[in-house]
Design a protein around this ligand. Structure first.
Ligand code: FES
Length: 176
């Protein structure tokens, strides 16, 4: 029997194959194709990049090289909680990179990656327009201003406690 993840992956690949048929086979199609795949599937998997390369008769290396040149593309599925750390000038000056480093260390992933349980992903963003609160991070849709390393710990802990609570409630309702 197939696992849900395998079925999902198969459906994704079938969809990517059908996206590819709507584009001409020239290099000029590369960016629009990558944009469309990311828009529909939220990220570009290694397999998706290989399929694009084959369709455009380019090497997978070349396709990956172009994709990584642009900040708009991500190569991991986004986490359930998306952490965006602002590294615009005001936030950078006030230690935005230290905040980023703290999230990376706490979650044991690098910027642009997603935790293996797909709970968290970390991205860096340019100025989000609230420089007075620098350094700023955004998690899901909430803006957290005046960030500090101790706040990073607290925020992640808060999400972990919430997850545990949900798990317990689910178990309880299943046993009722
Ligand atoms: S630089 Fe971070 S909010 Fe403006």
């Amino acid at each position: 029997m197939q696992h849900t993840a395998e079925i999902e992956e198969e459906a994704t690949l079938t969809d990517i194959a059908s996206i590819l048929t709507t584009f001409e086979k020239g290099r000029g199609s590369l960016i629009p194709i990558l944009q469309m795949i990311q828009e529909k599937h939220k990220y570009l998997s290694a397999l998706a990049l290989q399929m694009v390369a084959k369709h455009l008769k380019m090497s997978a290396c070349e396709v990956y090289g172009v994709a990584t040149f642009y900040n708009q593309f991500r190569f991991y599925p986004p986490g359930k909680h998306q952490i965006k750390v602002c590294l615009g000038t005001a936030c950078h000056v006030r230690g935005g990179d230290i905040i980023l480093e703290n999230f990376e260390r706490k979650l044991e992933i690098n910027v642009g990656e997603t935790t293996p349980d797909r709970e968290f992903s970390i991205d860096r963003v340019a100025c989000v327009g609230c420089c007075a609160l620098a350094p700023v991070s955004i998690i899901d849709d909430t803006v957290y201003g005046h960030m500090a390393p101790s706040k990073v710990e607290g925020l992640i802990l808060g999400f972990e406690i919430e997850k545990e609570r949900e798990k317990r409630e689910k178990k309880k309702s299943e046993s009722e």
